[in-house]
Every structure is written in C-alpha cells, then in structure tokens.
Design a protein around this ligand. Structure first.
Ligand SMILES: [Fe+2]
Ligand SMILES: [Fe+2]
Length: 134
C-alpha cells in the first residue's frame, strides 16, 4: 500500500491532488490483487493506466512551450513508465500472475512515482509557480 502522506509534496496543489488520486488507484489495484476477482484486477489496472495518461498529459500540457529546460527529460520519464506499466498490464492479461503484478506495483511503480515526484515534478512545480507569481 502507498500512504498519501509519504508522497513528496510539491509547490502546486493541482499536481499534489493528481498524485493523491493516483495513490488511491494504486491502492485499489493492490487491494484487488489481494482479494478481488481477476476481472476486478484488470479493471483497476485499466483505471490506473487511464489516470496515468491524464496525470502525465496534465503536467506536459502545463509545461510545454514555456521554455522549461527539463521538458524532454520529464516527458521521456513519463513515456518510459507508461510503457512499463502497459507491459505489466499485457503480462497480467496473458498470465494472470498476481505475484508478478504485485511485485511490479510495489517494487517498481511506487518507487518510480516517489523518485519522479522528487526529481522532476517538484522542479516543474517550482518553475510553474514562479511563472504564476511573476
Ligand atoms: Fe506527477
Ligand atoms: Fe511528472
């Protein structure tokens, strides 16, 4: 499980809200892996993927065409985890391996989210905040 209060907070509330929503959906996937039907796991994973797209699109839309030096690096990091999560989804569809999916979410996805917020989103939020304030 992922605790919202453990997620790094950034200087833009709209970004934090997006991260909290994502944490809820991650917990929902983990919950369904523990005691849900296979189709409920599939559904929760699809909902998470949709939310990731919304989350990344939201950030990229705010950052593009604003001279943000880290834009490409940031977007590439989104694209990479999107690809890895789609792969985990395909593996789930093919093999229905709960342990493998749980391992991906807990060992890779949650770690990625924490690191990404610390290294990229916090810098992006500070940049946007400065634009807002000036
Ligand atoms: Fe983010
Ligand atoms: Fe991001």
């Amino acid at each position: 499980m992922i605790e919202k209060r453990d997620l790094p907070a950034v200087s833009l509330d709209s970004m934090n809200m997006m991260h909290y929503e994502e944490a809820d959906l991650i917990n929902s996937v983990l919950h369904k892996i523990e005691n849900g039907e296979e189709c409920a796991v599939t559904k929760a994973l699809q909902t998470l993927l949709e939310h990731m797209q919304k989350h990344f699109g939201f950030e990229e839309e705010m950052l593009k065409n604003r001279g943000f030096a880290m834009f490409d690096i940031h977007r590439n990091d989104h694209t990479r985890i999107m690809g890895e999560t789609r792969m985990a989804y395909m593996n789930w569809r093919n093999f229905k391996d709960r342990d493998a999916l749980k391992e991906f979410i807990e060992e890779e996805f949650i770690q990625w989210l924490n690191l990404h917020i610390q290294a990229m989103d916090s810098v992006a939020a500070d940049f946007l905040k400065r634009l807002e304030d000036s």
